[in-house]
Design a protein around this ligand. Structure first.
Ligand code: GTR
Length: 370
């Protein structure tokens, strides 16, 4: 595996804009083309329809966190062709607020204890108190409830119950597709909850969850912001650099996250019609914040910053003057320029209080402070 910058190959990224020169043409033509290319070659196609959806509040505590927050545990159940899948959601909304609250939705790829509704366990991975005290609602669902994060069991959930055809098709979605699809169903629920400012929902994820947050935000423009922590290969980092985790390595270990077509590029990444800067560009003009950590070379921090640099032309269709520094930022020195945010922090592969602190600052400047 390559951790040596001097052996990164010379590479040419596929053209982001092609001939597109305006935001209108981007939205009409290039954006759908790119979603199609990522669906076909990387994450799989996301089913457009299902039969019905239902939201059931299973626990309602108006005075959680010593009265500072309203806790709701909600089960989102989706039906298709007579079968169903239920995804539990934990949601805290701040009691002190002027109107509906902006919200963070974490795609939780770790244990449920990280999103403990009783707050007996407090985790930096989902610092609910910090969000609430900053005026944000904070929610989470666990990826395993949509598609178990295991090579031999990922089918059992959204895929085998609701969309079994996806399992047989080379461009059918697999685990990441199912997780992103689930994030959009939580968004469906948010729309029915008057305590949440539906126009100010940020989807957040770490690592495999960070890859998923990007893909969810790329497709579903209802997400007003995307936060992707240490997402690395097939997330925020450029595949063609072949630094750290490559397309080949990730498909060997985690092939079930991606569609079958992606395997064609394991030893031929140059032929992949997309690279990850295009995934970032699909979020334009909405704010995106990505992070990396010094001790996480596996996720190719530099390659992830280069994705932002190379996504910039799409953002500039909306704001000609927007720039970000060309040089890779120094450690613990966040970049926040218009809709683009990034930091490279000390420490390991994680989503922690430092990350959330920067993200809350970034969101405050863009969503307005509470
Ligand atoms: C690693 C994997 C990464 C990343 C990480 C995680 O083992 O190689 O792509 O997704 O897991 O999700 O923590």
């Amino acid at each position: 595996m390559n951790y040596d910058e001097t052996t990164v190959p010379a590479y040419v990224l596929p053209s982001l804009l092609k001939n597109v020169k305006t935001s209108a043409a981007w939205e009409r033509q290039r954006r759908p083309e790119l979603i199609e290319l990522f669906s076909e070659n990387v994450y799989g196609r996301t089913p457009r329809t299902f039969d019905s959806i239902r939201y059931q509040v299973t626990n309602d505590v108006p005075d959680a966190m010593e009265g500072r927050a309203h806790l709701k545990e909600v089960t989102v159940t989706v039906w298709n062709k007579g079968k169903s899948v239920s995804i539990p959601v934990v949601l805290f909304t701040p009691n002190k607020r002027k109107g509906p609250a902006p919200a963070f939705l974490l795609i939780n790829n770790r244990l449920k204890r990280n999103t403990d509704p009783t707050r007996t366990i407090k985790s930096e991975f989902w610092p609910a108190e910090m969000a609430i005290d900053s005026g944000y609602a904070i929610a989470a669902f666990n990826v395993n409830d949509a598609a178990p994060d295991k090579k031999d069991a990922y089918q059992h959930g959204v895929l085998d119950q609701l969309f079994p055809e996806a399992l047989d098709q080379p461009d059918g979605m697999k685990a990441i597709g199912a997780w992103a699809w689930a994030a959009s169903r939580i968004m469906d629920y948010f729309k029915t909850n008057p305590d949440i400012d539906f126009k100010k929902v940020a989807v957040v994820g770490h690592s495999r969850g960070g890859k998923t947050a990007l893909w969810a935000g790329a497709q579903d423009t209802r997400f007003a912001m995307v936060v992707s922590s240490c997402s690395g290969s097939s997330g925020a980092s450029l595949a063609r650099r072949k630094y750290g985790e490559t397309v080949s390595l990730i498909n060997k270990q985690f092939g079930y996250w991606f569609n079958d077509n992606y395997k064609k590029y394991m030893n031929n990444v140059e032929a992949l019609p997309v690279d990850q800067h295009m995934l970032i560009a699909l979020i334009a003009p909405r704010p995106v914040y990505t992070t990396n950590a010094v001790e996480d070379r596996w996720a190719d921090p530099r390659g992830s910053y280069l994705s932002l640099v190379n996504a910039l032309p799409a953002y500039q269709l909306y704001d000609k003057k927007l720039t970000i520094p060309a040089a890779f930022p120094a450690v613990n020195n966040p970049v926040m320029q218009g809709p683009i945010g990034y930091h490279f922090r000390e420490g390991k592969h994680d989503l922690n209080l430092y990350d959330w602190g920067q993200v809350i600052k970034f969101a405050g400047d863009r969503f307005g402070r509470m």
